[in-house]
Ligand binder design. Structure first.
Ligand code: SF4
Ligand code: SF4
Ligand code: SF4
Length: 300
């Protein structure tokens, strides 16, 4: 696709995150194709800007613009970089909500990251894993804790050693329902129906994503409980496996004793043999050692 010089020059003027810049370029080219042209013009860039502004909303665009005005790049703003910059055998992943929040987040990943780092440091996971290593340390030797703000799980937390995502259980309240059906449209699992003018949620199939709560304008659907889902023992690659769900919905305070239990398990049970890792270890032991620890420390 060809670009008019004026169009190319305004790509950088659109305030979006650096990792989205290439998407901006591709969207502008799509706009040109839709207009049956083979060249991107400034008109395509105006449409592109408007489309992305609508998607992100005024408040977030203003924050990104303010950061740019202060000469701050995404790298300057990214808390994940600070969490993972020192030599360590753990990695902490945060979803994109780590920059300026996300309309969907149910937990604050930006606050949780440093607390999890502090806990892993206290537990000395790096030394424990290094001393157990069968071969020289490589990137696959790290223990990964992955945190997403909501059940969209943008970090792929279900395939990590410890996977956490924000979760919220909805409840139908006595407040008026305006019949706008925003909740039903927002529910990607299509489990909200209506009876006698009231919403009915199929609780057995609810994924606790909280979308319906966030869009309800009247409070007819509201938070029953908000917290996080925690999984352990996920991995990808040759022995790919989803993490086993430890808690479907619990307080974020539960993360720290689960980290203690996991590191204890590694210390006591991980064998110094080829390709052993936390996920394979959990396949052998199951989740009972984690719950035994939680019981011992009075968390359950
Ligand atoms: S996981 Fe949820 S909160 Fe995080 S970036 Fe994705 S949609 Fe937003
Ligand atoms: S929490 Fe999510 S899955 Fe459950 S009813 Fe609401 S929108 Fe649907
Ligand atoms: S429950 Fe809320 S979002 Fe759903 S139809 Fe009623 S007012 Fe609209």
């Amino acid at each position: 696709m060809k670009w008019e010089e004026d169009a190319r020059q305004v790509v950088d003027a659109i305030p979006v995150h650096d990792i989205i810049k290439n998407m901006i370029i591709l969207w502008a080219e799509r706009c040109a194709r839709k207009a049956k042209r083979d060249v991107v013009t400034p008109e395509d860039m105006i449409k592109t800007r408007d489309d992305y502004f609508e998607w992100f909303g005024e408040a977030k665009i203003a924050k990104i613009q303010a950061a740019r005005d202060n000469n701050q790049s995404d790298t300057d703003l990214d808390p994940e970089i600070a969490l993972n910059k020192d030599p360590a055998l753990y990695k902490i992943e945060l979803c994109h909500s780590r920059f300026f929040g996300c309309d969907r987040d149910l937990i604050n990943v930006r606050e949780l990251g440093p607390k999890i780092k502090q806990k892993l440091e206290e537990l000395k996971i790096t030394e424990i894993l290094a001393d157990k290593a069968f071969e020289v340390l490589m990137p696959h030797s790290v223990f990964t804790v992955s945190i997403s703000g909501c059940g969209n799980i943008c970090t792929g937390a279900e395939s990590k050693d410890i996977g956490i995502h924000g979760a919220a259980r909805p409840k139908v309240t006595d407040k008026e329902c305006s019949q706008c059906k925003k909740c039903a449209h927002a529910c990607l699992d299509r489990i909200i129906s209506f009876e006698d003018g009231r919403p009915v949620i199929n609780e057995d199939c609810c994924r606790l994503c909280g979308n319906c709560i966030q869009v309800c304008p009247t409070g007819a659907i509201a938070f029953d409980k908000k917290g996080c889902r925690i999984m352990a023992g996920g991995t990808f690659g040759r022995f790919a496996k989803y993490g086993t769900e430890l808690f479907r919905l619990t307080d974020t305070d539960m993360i720290y004793p689960i980290l203690e239990a996991s590191v204890n398990l590694i210390k006591e049970e991980l064998s110094e043999t080829y390709e052993d890792n936390f996920s394979l270890l959990m396949r052998r032991t199951g989740i009972s050692p984690i719950f035994e620890h939680l019981s011992k420390v009075g968390k359950i």
